[in-house]
Design a binder for this molecule. Structure first.
Ligand SMILES: [Zn+2]
Length: 308
C-alpha cells in the first residue's frame, strides 16, 4: 500500500484498479496489477522486493521502454524511485537522501573502477556480462539519477522533468534519447556531458585540490583528473572556524580541467572537496588541503595565474 501511494504521489497516479502481491517461488517478478515475491521473504527484504515490483507499474508497464535493449530504462529508473520509497517508509522523511548517496557512492565508485565498470550502461542487455547486469541496469543508473536530482539539478527541477517524461511517454515506447531530451528541455539544463560520461562511456571522476596559493587573496585551484566532470563543491574553513561552501558548475570544465577560486575573506585552515562524500570520487586522498600538508601549497605567484 505504501508503494502504491508513494509512487502515485512521486510520479503519477497508479493506473490500475487492483494491486496484488502473490507469495510464489520466484525471487520477484512484475506484471500489470499483480506481482510475485519469494514466499520465504520477510521484513525489510519483503518490503524491498514488493516495492520494486510494484514500482514497475510505472516503468515499464505504463512507460513502455524496451528492456531487451536498455534494461536501465525500467530497472534503473525503478531502482532510483525505490530509494525514495524506502527512505519515506523506513526513514519517515527524516533521513536526507545524501545519507543514502554516501553509501551508494562508495559501492558504485568501487564497481566503476573494477571489472563491472568496463562496460557502459548503454550496452544492450544481451551483451552485458552476466555478473554486471545488476550493476549496469540497476545500481549505476539508479545512483546516477540520484546524483542528478540531489546534486547536479535540484529536486523540484528534476521532478518536473521526470514527471513530464512519464506524461509524454505513458502508453508509448520511448528510447533513451527520449528520456535524455525530456529531462533537458523541461528543466532547461544542458546535461549532454552527464549522459555521455555516465551512460554512454565508462568515465570516472577524480576531483582534487590542485594547489592553494596563499596571500591577500588565497587562490584555491581545483582539478578534475577524470573524464567525468561533475560540479565541484568546496568547503572552505577559515582560521576563525567559520565555513563557506563554494560550487563550481559543470560549464567551468567544458574547456579546461582546473578552476581557481579566489578567497578574500581571510586565511584558510582547511579546504575539503565533496564534504558530504556523495560523489563517485575514485581517489579521496587528494580532496583535502590544510596549510601544513605542504605538497599542494605554494606562495602566490601572480604571473602564473592564467585562470578566468
Ligand atoms: Zn525489476
Amino acid at each position: 500500500q505504501h508503494s502504491i501511494e508513494f509512487y502515485s504521489d512521486f510520479v503519477a497516479p497508479y493506473p490500475y484498479p487492483n494491486a496484488i502481491n502473490v507469495a510464489g517461488r520466484v525471487q520477484g517478478m512484475e506484471y500489470p496489477q499483480i506481482v510475485f515475491c519469494d514466499v520465504t521473504s520477510r521484513g525489510r527484504p519483503l518490503f524491498r522486493v514488493t516495492d520494486h515490483e510494484f514500482g514497475h507499474s510505472w516503468f515499464p508497464m505504463v512507460v513502455g521502454s524496451d528492456e531487451r535493449r536498455w534494461g536501465w530504462m525500467d530497472e534503473g529508473l525503478n531502482t532510483f524511485l525505490n530509494q525514495y520509497s524506502l527512505l519515506d517508509y523506513y526513514g519517515r522523511g527524516q533521513v536526507p537522501p545524501e545519507k543514502v548517496m554516501a553509501g551508494l557512492s562508495q559501492f558504485t565508485t568501487k564497481q566503476m573502477g573494477g571489472a563491472l565498470g568496463t562496460q557502459p550502461i548503454m550496452t544492450h542487455a544481451d551483451r552485458i556480462r552476466d555478473d554486471a547486469l545488476g550493476f549496469l541496469a540497476y545500481a549505476k543508473p539508479g545512483y546516477g539519477l540520484m546524483l542528478l536530482r540531489e546534486y547536479v539539478m535540484d529536486p523540484d527541477q528534476f521532478d518536473a522533468a521526470f514527471r513530464a517524461y512519464f506524461d509524454r511517454w505513458a502508453y508509448k515506447h520511448p528510447k533513451p534519447a527520449d528520456f535524455f531530451r525530456t529531462m533537458e528541455d523541461v528543466s532547461g539544463e544542458n546535461l549532454d556531458w552527464f549522459w555521455r560520461s555516465w551512460f554512454y562511456e565508462t568515465d570516472t571522476m577524480d576531483q582534487a585540490v590542485g594547489s592553494v596559493a596563499t596571500g591577500d587573496t588565497t587562490r584555491v585551484t581545483v582539478a578534475q583528473n577524470g573524464e567525468l566532470m561533475l560540479p565541484v563543491t568546496a568547503r572552505l574553513t577559515y582560521e576563525d572556524g567559520s565555513t563557506e561552501q563554494r560550487r563550481v558548475p559543470p560549464e567551468a570544465f567544458y574547456t579546461q580541467d582546473t578552476n581557481t577560486l579566489r578567497v578574500t575573506d581571510g586565511p584558510l585552515q582547511k579546504v575539503v572537496l565533496d564534504p558530504d562524500q556523495i560523489l563517485p570520487d575514485m581517489d579521496r586522498s587528494n580532496n583535502t588541503w590544510t596549510p601544513g600538508n605542504g605538497a599542494n601549497s605554494s606562495e602566490m605567484d601572480e604571473s602564473s595565474d592564467s585562470d578566468q
